[in-house]
Design a binder for this molecule. Structure first.
Ligand code: ATP
Ligand code: MG
Length: 452
């Protein structure tokens, strides 16, 4: 297979945009006689003038050989082995992902027998599902041509086997190989195609578009955590609003969020649609500013109307507030979603964000400090503020919470003190008064004065 070579200057990107850690890893591999190249999304993004999210390295060294070169590295992944290499002085989470060139099982025979003539070594190289190969084999296993480029930062050269550069320039998302076959092999590629279309604003080749419309149901075959991870990437890469519309242009929207699809179809609940859109826009703004975004917030937003409906049903049946809340959370995050399995860690956070809404609206004197000490308070406050922007609650409540966060201890105590007593405190006092026949404390205030 012939490759085209392009120099980085010719493509208009700057060597200084490359992470120094990945550069060092590549130099380390090369100094031991191995290949070391940047690959995939980072090369694509550099050419597009975008800031790459991560810098992945591809090599012909086997995982254990990579570990030998870099002592602060470890092999991860059971199915596919990947090496995480950490540079000295870096935090635990700062690592470069190094992947050995892989091949398709059918094409690997010749390469294996050339490199590992002895069967014992060959078994080692096959190593479960890890079928290693040459760069020419690795490139055709990738998903889209725009993700198939390698970059050698030492030679400052982009290596293009499949016309990826032309596709980037023409803003075309083209599958490597036959779209139907590649989607069948791994349906996550459909989700990825929709994501890149939204994120990069590229056109999908016609055949891929048709295949996605016809065979979306294949995503049901995906392992649930992989599906969740791919879906969440729609919302944390700065193109959440666009992605939202794109997924509802395909059957994937209905499969993942059936409650929203039916609202969209029947034009129901314009306020909720507006609520979701504002949240997505905010998320995109945060990503652009480099601020963190949490997937739990997104899940809390998109299932909020379902939760409210369930809550009403349960309280209507006479369940107490906490029990109704627990049942409603379980209904909309566990029982109802057919395809999207929401991880427990996310469910726990969503549970807290939602639970705090009623408490924050109520502003019970004794509950203010516990609410503010809750580690999800900031997210719950943002959620409350979002609800207020679409008129779901009055702005005075959000303003009060904004004010109390930005004030000193003395003012805070006085703000809390000025709050009316809760219903419980009032009835306790009434009971005491009846018993003693004496009245003490402030005259009762109605809670409704305070609720918007
Ligand atoms: P992003 O900017 O979202 O990280 P990316 O293209 O880097 O985009 P990754 O999930 O980080 O996406 O994957 C890195 C590379 O691995 C891709 O560019 C692609 O070459 C390859 N790849 C990832 N997922 C698949 C897949 N399902 N099938 C084939 N190749 C894949
Ligand atoms: Mg990537």
């Amino acid at each position: 297979m012939e490759a085209e070579y392009y120099c980085s200057l010719e493509l208009g990107f700057d060597q200084s945009d490359i992470s120094p850690d990945s550069f060092e890893v590549i130099q380390g591999l090369k100094s031991h006689g191995y290949d070391g190249l940047l690959v995939g999304g980072c090369v694509r993004d550099l050419i597009l003038g975008l800031k790459p999210k991560d810098f992945d390295v591809a090599t012909d060294a086997l995982p254990h050989q990579v570990c030998k070169i870099f002592p602060r590295s470890r092999i991860i992944g059971r199915r596919f082995k990947i090496v995480h290499v950490r540079q000295r002085g870096r935090r635990y989470m700062d690592y470069i992902e190094v992947t050995t060139y892989r091949a398709n099982p059918e094409s690997s025979g010749s390469w294996m027998s050339r490199i590992f003539p002895k069967s014992r070594k060959r078994r080692k190289a096959l190593d479960g599902e890890n079928i290693y190969g040459m760069r020419e084999e690795d490139v055709v296993r990738r998903d889209f041509t725009i993700n198939s480029l390698y970059y050698d930062p030492v030679e400052e050269q982009v290596i293009d086997y499949l016309g990826g550069i032309q596709d980037i320039q023409q803003r075309q998302l083209r599958m490597i190989g036959n779209p139907q076959q590649r989607f069948l092999e791994d349906p996550a590629r459909m989700i990825r195609a929709i994501r890149f279309k939204a994120k990069l604003g590229f056109d999908l080749e016609h055949e891929m578009e048709e295949e996605i419309q016809q065979h979306t149901a294949w995503v049901e075959e995906l392992n649930s955590s992989r599906l969740y991870d791919e879906v969440i990437k729609f919302f944390n890469q700065g193109a959440a609003e666009k992605s939202w519309d794109q997924i509802f242009d395909t059957p994937l929207g209905e499969m993942l969020f059936s409650h929203i699809a039916s609202d969209r179809k029947h034009g129901n609940s314009a306020r909720f649609a507006n609520f979701v859109r504002r949240a997505l826009r905010n998320t995109d703004r945060r990503v652009r500013k480099g601020l963190p975004v949490i997937d739990s917030f997104f899940i809390a937003v998109v299932f909020w109307n379902e939760y409210q409906k369930s809550l009403l049903r349960y309280t209507g049946k006479g369940l107490r507030e906490n029990d109704a809340h627990d049942s409603a959370v379980s209904d909309c995050l566990v029982k109802r979603p057919k395809l999207l399995v929401i991880p427990l860690r996310v469910r726990d956070i969503v549970h807290e964000i939602w639970r705090m809404q009623a408490r924050m609206e109520r502003r019970d004197k004794r509950d203010i400090e516990p609410i503010m000490e809750n580690r999800r308070f900031r997210a719950a406050y943002d959620f409350l503020a979002l609800r207020s922007t679409v008129g779901e609650i009055g702005s005075a409540c959000t303003k009060w919470w904004a004010e109390i966060q930005g004030t000193n201890a003395k003012k805070r105590a006085s703000m809390i003190d000025q709050l009316p007593d809760s219903k419980q405190a009032r009835s306790k006092r009434r009971r005491r008064k009846n018993r003693s026949g004496r009245q003490h404390g402030r005259p009762p205030e109605t809670q409704s004065q305070d609720i918007m």
